[in-house]
Design a binder for this molecule. Structure first.
Ligand code: SAH
Ligand code: SF4
Ligand code: F3S
Length: 577
């Protein structure tokens, strides 16, 4: 009997097929066998790669928590472990082999241990199956299209105790109603579209994440509204190419429209990843400029500064068109910080083409840039083109890196002496007295401050540039920053809002006003009747008004909210330590 159940195998060729997209709802019912297994057991997830994988981690964590597992950050404690892989470059992919080996100890110690390999590497033809052949203690290999099936697949494994391969290269689904345990309480990622239709010749992403499928505007807005109501300070809208959002909905919806709808919800910081230069139109520029809560930071991947190289990459713009967009953006938003991705050593890249990249980077004046050496990816067209020798790529990479460092330093220097609002991520790993966070322009800022400012906006004056990060000092008393944060939360708190609304309604309600006046009158009469035979009658009158007040639905509602509001305020008090 075979030890492996193949439910679905990837086929990279299928990834290019265009699906009829269907909106479906996740099955949240937890299979009984998994529910009883999960009790008292722990899950562990390690994620590589981009925000798409981070979001998948949050969703899988949501499913596993619903099953009854508890999260652990200790590998040794894990009863279920997920390695969420990235395939974008070979060095990212190589990491998984060592990783898998490191879970052998869990397997030896615990015969019920389940190891799951997920993420983009699973989308490559044959890789998942070959991993199971090499490491038979893997329980499940699962593709990016099926993260919502994690609980059902783990249950199947528990029933049959046979490793499962379930990877599809093609999906026609947009799955809604996903559970999720977000990794950060102040900053959230929201998917607006899945997959990518661009098929740049170097890139594996369309093969691992399928064709582009846009979520409906209402679904994205509802998710963002909930985040705003829950007090999130920053939302990042995610898509491999946000600017083609909506094209597949065929109802004229554009990304600029969606961005505006989300900006209007009032989240303090709104950003988005990733933009495709030639589709970043004037409507986008207008929308970005119009809303102060949309960060004036734009990640604008160019990949190469040479039109001929861009053509071989199948990027659908020339150097001139890219620069024209940059000029249009800067004309409307002169202070915008532009960052980019650049690949060096793309097949056939000549010295002249590479120099075009250097001159473009200088002309744009990026505030920072991610630079990569081209890495051939299986199944992509560029992998079969004539490759640049590694020593040439490395030499160019170093030259580019030196230029990027110079540009980054020049931008960071402009920040010295100015004060920026920083959204605090938390204490730095190296020194717990130092807090780290990001300014609106995307730059990392470190400063000495108390840990209770994690998740708060803090005004920081920049003192020194360390090129890729800046050092500053708090420009206001930390308690004032915290108090502003508490005020923000109170303003966004649904319960407090309802309490305040009820109070206003009560204050303007004519019945309650009349009852109040009657009560005052009855109380006076009661006092005057003291010692007379009318006293009993007046006492009854007074008590009947009191009862009417007591039974009034609006006042009853307020009384029932009162205790909840009080306990919430006490919790806020306790959080200020
Ligand atoms: N959709 C986004 C991100 C794609 S992956 C975009 O279009 O920008 C992130 C970055 O990885 C890319 O921008 C590219 O610079 C880099 N990259 C992708 N494939 C690569 C490869 N085969 N070799 C080297 N870098 C690559
Ligand atoms: Fe890859 Fe190009 Fe799509 Fe970005 S736009 S994910 S680089 S194919
Ligand atoms: Fe990597 Fe997949 Fe993202 S390949 S970069 S994790 S879409």
């Amino acid at each position: 009997m075979s030890k492996v159940t193949i439910l679905n195998r990837p086929c990279q060729k299928d990834a290019a097929k265009r699906p009829e997209v269907e909106r479906v709802f996740a099955n949240r019912k937890v299979p009984e066998i998994l529910k009883s297994f999960a009790k008292g057991r722990y899950f562990y997830i390690r994620t590589y790669g981009c925000q798409a994988n981070i979001r998948d981690e949050e969703v899988m964590a949501g499913f596993l928590t619903e099953a009854g597992f508890t999260r652990t950050y200790e590998q040794a404690q894990a009863d279920v472990a997920i390695i969420n892989t990235c395939a974008v470059r070979e060095n990212a992919e190589e990491k998984i082999y060592g990783e898998i080996g490191s879970f052998k100890a869990n397997h030896t110690k615990n015969k019920d241990f389940m190891l799951v390999i997920a993420g983009c590497v699973m989308g490559e033809d044959g890789v998942g199956e070959s991993l199971i052949n090499t490491y038979p203690f893997i329980s499940l290999v699962i593709g990016t299209h099926d993260v919502a099936k994690i609980n059902d697949l783990l249950a199947k494994y528990l029933e049959e105790r046979k490793s499962i391969v379930n990877i599809r290269s093609f999906s026609s689904e947009i799955v809604e109603n996903l559970p999720s345990i977000r990794l950060n309480d102040a900053q959230a990622f929201v998917n607006i579209a899945y997959g990518c239709d661009k098929f740049c010749t170097y890139c594996i992403v369309p093969f691992t994440r399928g064709r582009e499928r846009s979520r409906h505007v209402e679904d994205v807005v509802a998710e963002c509204k909930k985040l705003v109501d829950d007090g999130y300070k920053q939302i990042t809208l995610l898509g491999q190419n946000v600017n083609s959002y909506g094209l597949d909905l065929k109802d004229g919806t554009t990304f600029a429209h969606l961005l505006e709808e989300v900006a209007k919800l009032g989240v303090p910081r709104l950003r988005f990843l990733t933009s495709y230069p030639s589709q970043f139109d004037d409507e986008m520029i207008e929308t970005m400029a119009k809303y102060p809560n949309i960060d004036k930071w734009l990640h604008f991947p160019v990949q190469s500064g040479s039109s001929s190289c861009l053509r071989r990459m199948a990027r659908r713009y020339t150097r001139e068109e890219y620069l024209e967009r940059v000029r249009a953006i800067k004309a409307k938003m002169p202070d915008i910080a532009l960052t980019t991705d650049i690949i060096v050593g793309f097949p056939g890249e000549t010295e002249e083409e590479f120099e075009d990249t250097l001159t473009l980077a200088k002309e744009v004046g990026y505030s920072s840039a991610f630079t990569f050496i081209y890495s051939p990816r299986p199944g992509t067209p560029a992998a079969n083109m004539e490759q640049v020798p590694p020593e040439v790529s490395h030499e160019r990479f170093n030259r580019l890196k030196a230029l990027v460092d110079e540009l980054t330093a020049a931008h960071s220097d402009t920040m010295i002496g100015n004060t920026y609002e920083v959204l605090v991520d938390g204490p730095s790993k190296r020194d717990s007295n130092v807090l780290s966070g990001y300014a609106r322009n995307g730059k990392l800022v470190n400063f000495v401050g108390p840990a209770y400012l994690t998740g708060c906006f803090v005004k920081v004056k920049i003192l020194e540039s360390h090129v890729y990060s800046l050092k500053g000092e708090m420009a206001e008393d930390p308690l004032i920053s915290k108090a502003r944060d508490v005020a923000f939360h109170m303003e966004h708190d649904g319960l407090l809002k309802e309490y305040a609304r009820l109070n206003e309604e009560i204050a303007s309600d004519p019945d309650i006003k009349a009852l109040g006046e009657e009560l005052v009158k009855a109380k006076k009469e009661l006092a005057l009747s003291m010692g007379t035979e009318k006293h009993k009658e007046k006492k009854n009158e007074y008590e009947s008004i009191l009862e009417k007040i007591h039974n009034h639905p609006l006042l009853q509602n307020r009384d029932s909210l009162h205790d909840q509001v009080e306990s919430e305020l006490l919790a806020i008090r306790d959080s200020i330590k």
